[in-house]
Design a protein around this ligand. Structure first.
Ligand code: AMP
Ligand code: GLY
Length: 430
């Protein structure tokens, strides 16, 4: 079969790589892809934008694509699945209606309330004055969120009231464009974050191994939010018992309530969770797609052929699939970013040492890279995701860092503490 993957990040490189592990997958086309997907055998890039639905449909129809896998949220929220389904194509990724679970935080909150899914207490506002007076009455810490998609920049965890007010003013002042027309203000949850990505065909749900991301740029989770600076899986924070509760209290009610609204949700339902100090899972947010960099840590451990699973979701026959099987051990992914990210950074720096990292057994997933006359150069904020599998969590982390140390480009930056929460929890326990 031939598969088309929409997107250009580390997540899409990992998806393409995993799909190509299967002898059944003849070719993967990435739209637009990156330097890593351009370099893989049986993989090609197609220079179209992710929102060029007509161009993607034309290519897929002419080239006999059996499955389109959509990586990012923006085309999903804009209705790529509805459009491609309308052309007779098979798509993994929810329709526009389903993608609202990520594209509107107010909509997602209403769904959670209706489904009785545990989440932070919240209120929604369409004007500044009322929002500010609510924030004042609630006090700090408090979380201010622009309703719509804001590329991970729409959330402020305010520790001081003037910070909360500034965030509210910025959102209503058009700082996030349309995304800030509504503002959600919610209770600040405490605890440990975890990401549970579940495959679903709209009826059956199959969670993947639980992962933990590292959203902040700085070590010890300090500094501004990023797309994600590293991940590992499975995270011991989500025990098998907790996973069962997440399935029963969060994933199943979410899908049942989507069904009630006649939303046939086929794709990834990603629950961003806070595990409270009492050990209860609460939803911070839902996403309508694979996480990045969680995918780069989770997929290398998956043994079940990915194309079978994604096709089964798209064709609503996930219940017929045998249980997912996983490699034993753990995987860790360390993201290498361009210095300055998530602020401004330079592009075009030559990258060296990837071969050495791969020779050690690491998987180097590309994000912001480009092949220029056969030379690999940086082309984005998050540049590479270096993944290693180990028999134990410690081994995976150590091997990922050993591989990172092989790689070089000007001003490269990475967090040196990926996985620190596990080490902290362990030393607290002993
Ligand atoms: P989001 O853009 O929704 O992923 O939020 C970004 C980050 O903000 C999350 O990963 C959390 O670290 C933090 N956050 C969002 N909502 C809350 C909340 N209600 N309580 C505490 N932290 C939150
Ligand atoms: N890693 C966070 C996200 O994909 O949203």
């Amino acid at each position: 079969m031939k598969v088309l993957v929409v997107g250009s990040g580390g997540r899409e490189h990992a998806l393409a790589w995993k799909l190509l592990q299967s002898p059944k997958v003849q070719q993967v086309t990435c739209v637009p892809g990156n330097g890593g997907t351009a370099s893989m055998k049986r993989c090609q890039n197609l220079a179209l934008g992710v929102n060029d639905f007509e161009g993607i449909a034309r290519f897929a129809l002419v080239n006999g694509i059996s499955l389109v896998v959509v990586g990012p949220e923006v085309p999903l929220a804009a209705g790529i699945t509805d459009f491609l389904n309308g052309q007779g194509l098979t798509v993994f990724g929810p329709t526009r209606a389903g993608a609202q679970i990520e594209a509107s935080k107010a909509w997602a909150k209403a769904l959670m309330l209706e489904a009785r899914i545990p989440t932070a207490r919240a209120a929604v506002f369409n004007e500044e004055k009322a929002a500010i007076s609510y924030a004042r009455s609630e006090g700090v810490p408090i979380v201010v969120k622009a309703d719509g998609l804001a590329a991970g920049k729409g959330v402020t965890v305010a520790l001081a009231l003037d910070e909360a007010e500034a965030a509210i003013t910025a959102a209503f002042g058009g700082h996030f464009g349309e995304a800030g027309k509504l503002v959600v203000i919610e209770e600040c949850l405490r605890g440990q974050e975890a990401s549970v990505l579940a495959l679903t065909d709209g009826v059956t749900i199959r969670p993947l191994l639980p992962a933990q991301d590292h959203k902040r740029i700085g070590e010890g989770d300090t500094g501004p939010n990023t797309g994600g600076m590293g991940a590992y899986a499975p995270t011991p924070i989500v025990t098998p018992e907790l996973m069962q509760r997440i399935q029963a209290e969060i994933l199943e009610p979410a899908i049942a309530t989507l069904q009630k609204h006649r939303i046939d949700y086929r794709g990834v339902l990603y629950a961003g969770l806070m595990i409270t100090p009492q050990g209860d899972p609460k939803v911070i947010e839902f996403n309508c797609r694979f996480g990045d960099p969680e995918t780069q840590a989770v997929l290398p451990l998956l043994e079940t052929p990915l194309e079978d699973l994604l096709l089964a979701c798209a064709q609503q026959r996930l219940a017929d699939m045998p249980p997912l099987t996983w490699k034993p051990g753990a995987a860790a992914c360390v993201v290498i970013a361009a210095g300055g990210y998530p602020g401004s950074f330079k592009k075009g720096s030559p990258i060296t040492g990837i071969d050495n990292a791969e020779a050690q057994g690491a998987l180097v997933f590309h994000a912001g890279t480009q092949l220029k006359q056969q030379n690999l150069v940086t082309d984005g904020g998050r540049v590479l995701g270096v993944t290693a599998i180990g028999e134990t969590f410690d081994e995976a982390i150590a091997q990922a860092y050993a591989a990172v140390h092989c790689i070089h480009f000007d001003d490269m930056y990475y967090r040196r503490d990926i996985g620190y929460q596990v080490k902290t929890a362990r030393s607290n326990a002993s």
